[in-house]
Design a protein around this ligand. Structure first.
Ligand SMILES: NC(=O)C1=CN([C@@H]2O[C@H](COP(=O)(O)OP(=O)(O)OC[C@H]3O[C@@H](n4cnc5c(N)ncnc54)[C@H](O)[C@@H]3O)[C@@H](O)[C@H]2O)C=CC1
Ligand SMILES: O=C(O)C1=NCCCC1
Length: 316
């Protein structure tokens, strides 16, 4: 008989999930995903249950990777309006199973996993698509994803200037203070974006916050919000003039309001650049539109669990 599942909280995930191991593992998973059946990844489009009364959603995100021999499902909730500043808009739990017999091995905090793996995937896209030189980073939004993206991007790249804009200036100032970095808080999104080389849109907006005519030609944009078909972050002009990359063609065509409503054509998946089947165009204006993939949670959860187990065994 196996014992009860382990419970790994946010502190354990923080301790064991670093970008230096997460990024290469996610690169492999993106390649395998974009290889289709041959890549050994099973990842159905997530199920989303609207909780309309409270403007919330519950998502169920299962995935299996044969190469990693890892089986998980994430259950994530996200709410448009926060009821309290203590409760994050996004909360998640990842269940990690033993693939050979279906036993539940661990219940793992999924909030930190979601924040870090999303930022790590944006960093992977940015490495491939950013212009050279890339000196100015701009972040629109000041929530959890803005924070994790700041951390990942300042670790992975050396920008000369970082700008943050948020709808509520006070929140942008709070983020700037929390990260203790050299950050310029901007009063408007347009001011923040002007002449930026890399732009991150990390908002819960349902209307465009970024317009094509503000963007420097050749800039790279990571757009990670607007994961509902009726939500937007980018305007039609930007969507239709950029070279558009996605994490998953299948889900983004269904879930991304920026894609569904603009009718923009997808050039390809990030995993296809990594596996050499399509080109990266760092000299052109590029958008990486992510909606988030269950397999990213699988890979991250396995990394956390394996490190936690091996440290525990060292102690015994
Ligand atoms: N692509 C992916 O893999 C993932 C995407 N997301 C998405 O990323 C976005 C950010 O998520 P979190 O940082 O966790 O949320 P959060 O609630 O911590 O932060 C949201 C930010 O958006 C801003 N905001 C809200 N409404 C706005 C509006 N109308 N205009 C401008 N700014 C507005 C808030 O002021 C805040 O700065 C969300 O849309 C979320 O669903 C989240 C997880 C994974
Ligand atoms: O990938 C995820 O996890 C999420 N993506 C979009 C919004 C909710 C969480």
């Amino acid at each position: 008989m196996s014992g009860p599942p382990a419970f790994l909280g946010a502190d354990v995930v923080e301790k064991y999930l670093g970008y230096s191991t997460l990024i290469p593992s996610l690169e492999k998973a993106l390649v395998n995903y974009s290889r289709g059946k041959e890549g050994g990844i099973v990842q159905p489009i997530r199920t989303i249950v609207p909780v309309a009364k409270y403007r919330g959603f519950l998502g169920v995100m299962p995935a299996y990777s044969a190469v990693d021999d890892a089986l998980t499902t994430k259950v994530v909730t996200f709410y448009e309006t926060k009821t309290s500043s203590d409760i994050p808009s996004h909360q998640a739990t990842v269940l990690l199973f033993e693939p050979s017999n279906g036993t539940l091995k661990a219940v793992i905090d999924g909030k930190v996993i979601t924040d870090k793996r999303t930022a790590a995937v944006s960093a992977i896209a940015t490495k491939l698509l950013k212009p050279s030189p890339a000196e100015v980073l701009c972040i629109l939004g000041s929530g959890a994803q803005a924070h994790s993206h700041y951390e990942a991007f300042t670790q992975q790249f050396s920008f000369k200037e970082v700008r943050i804009w948020s709808r509520t200036r006070e929140n942008a100032e709070k983020l700037a203070k929390a990260v203790e970095g050299n950050v310029r808080v901007c009063s408007t999104a347009r001011e923040a974006v002007t002449d930026a080389d890399v732009i991150i849109t990390a908002t819960m907006s349902t209307e465009p916050v970024l317009c094509g005519d503000w963007v420097k030609p050749g800039a790279h944009i990571n757009a990670l919000g607007a994961c509902r078909p009726d939500w937007r972050e980018l305007d039609d002009d930007l969507m239709k003039t950029c070279v558009l990359y996605v994490d998953t063609r299948e889900a983004s065509q269904k879930e991304s309001g920026d894609i569904v409503q603009s009718g923009a054509s997808i050039f390809g998946e990030i995993g296809e650049i990594l596996n050499g089947t399509i080109s990266a165009f760092p000299d052109k204006t590029t958008v990486f539109k992510s909606v988030g993939m269950a397999i990213e949670d699988t890979v991250a959860a396995k990394l956390v669990y394996d490190s936690w187990i091996s440290k525990r065994e060292d102690k015994n």
